[in-house]
Design a binder for this molecule. Structure first.
Ligand code: 5GP
Ligand code: MN
Length: 324
């Protein structure tokens, strides 16, 4: 913590980035940190490499300053990676090579420690919680504009303060953010209750196709690339859909296999969730080259949907063998 705050005090130009397919924690940390650095008089640029869409539930966030190509002075900016468990999660490998200094701020237990300085706190509910601590340590006044994105980070990564990472500390930081001006009902309305109608239709397909395996302990569903145009959904519309599968009685591991929207699949993205603290789905994801948290993880694969279903079930059986 001290090494990161010292580096922030010492430097003037920053390039802030986060992982591809950014979620609420990724975008909330990015924006909160950006505004906090600006409040300190720093020159900060938010950079999300590539052209992947921002999920619909976060499009209301004031992210107009976000750039999708690196700034010309990239090599002179301290790279601050937020919520990235590994270098590969940053969509621009060159950014790491060019950076004079890399600050790696994250809460994934399997973070690969790719930074010059690594601030990895796996007991933090979210990267947003760590950003709150950093800004507080730096003496930044938490304005409503800073509080709200950080609140988005906490509320989304804790599953609206319901998942096992909902620590007393996460609740206290949430309370401080609300005191500082984060609009609880407003964020709820914008993130959870402004779902585009086509997203409801995508969810319907996911629920309809869901199958139980291993006596109901594993629930898997999938989306094919034509689902998005069929229901009129944009690319980011499948974000969060998996959470609906984990509510099923008896389900211990749930998976959603997604083909790339609109494109003939070469690779599929697999999201995994555990509803049970005794199973670590990040260990399963790592077997397939991915990673994540014990309760929420993912990976990308070139196997077919049928092959993936079989592989996930086998991995579940292997993971629980002897434990039951
Ligand atoms: P989601 O299923 O929402 O895409 O991701 C859930 C969690 O798994 C996130 O915390 C994310 O960091 C992690 N995750 C998803 N895909 C990957 C991946 O390909 N590699 C790694 N290391 N982590 C992933
Ligand atoms: Mn996170």
């Amino acid at each position: 913590m001290r090494a990161v705050t010292a580096a922030i005090r010492m430097h003037d130009r920053f390039l802030l980035t986060t992982h591809e397919h950014p979620d609420g924690d990724a975008l909330g940390s990015l924006l909160g940190m950006h505004l906090g650095l600006q409040a300190l008089g720093k020159d900060s640029v938010m950079y999300l490499p590539g052209s992947g869409p921002i999920a619909g539930e976060y499009q209301w966030m004031p992210l107009d300053a976000l750039v999708r190509t690196p700034p010309a002075d990239q090599a002179k900016r301290v790279l601050l990676a937020l919520d990235c468990a590994g270098a590969g999660r940053i969509g621009d490998p060159v950014a790491l090579e060019r950076a004079p200094l890399i600050l790696n701020v994250d809460h994934h237990h399997d973070n690969t420690r790719f930074g010059t300085v690594d601030l990895v706190i796996d007991t933090a509910s979210s990267t947003g919680e760590i950003v709150f601590d950093l800004l507080t340590a730096l003496g930044v006044t938490i304005t409503p504009e800073i509080a709200e994105p950080l609140y988005v980070a906490l509320v989304t990564d804790t599953g609206r303060y319901q998942y096992s990472n909902t620590t007393p500390r996460a609740l206290r930081v949430g309370a401080e953010l609300v005191e500082a001006g984060a609009d609880v009902a407003g964020v709820f309305k914008k993130v959870y209750e402004s779902v585009g109608f086509p997203k409801l239709k995508l969810l319907a397909r996911v629920l309809d196709r869901a199958e139980q395996y291993e006596d109901g302990a594993v629930v898997i569903s999938w989306l094919v690339h034509t689902d998005w145009p069929d229901v009129g959904a944009g690319e980011g519309y499948s974000e969060g859909v998996i959470e609906h599968l984990r509510s099923v009685e008896g389900a211990r591991v749930v998976a959603l296999i997604r083909e790339p929207p609109f494109r003939t699949p070469v690779q599929r993205r697999v999201s995994l969730r555990a509803s049970d603290l005794s199973i670590d789905v990040s260990a399963i994801a790592r077997q397939f080259g991915g990673g994540g948290h014990p309760q929420a993880a993912g990976f990308t694969s070139d196997q077919t949907t049928a092959e993936l279903i079989e592989a996930i079930c086998s991995a579940y059986v292997a993971a629980t063998r002897g434990a039951a």
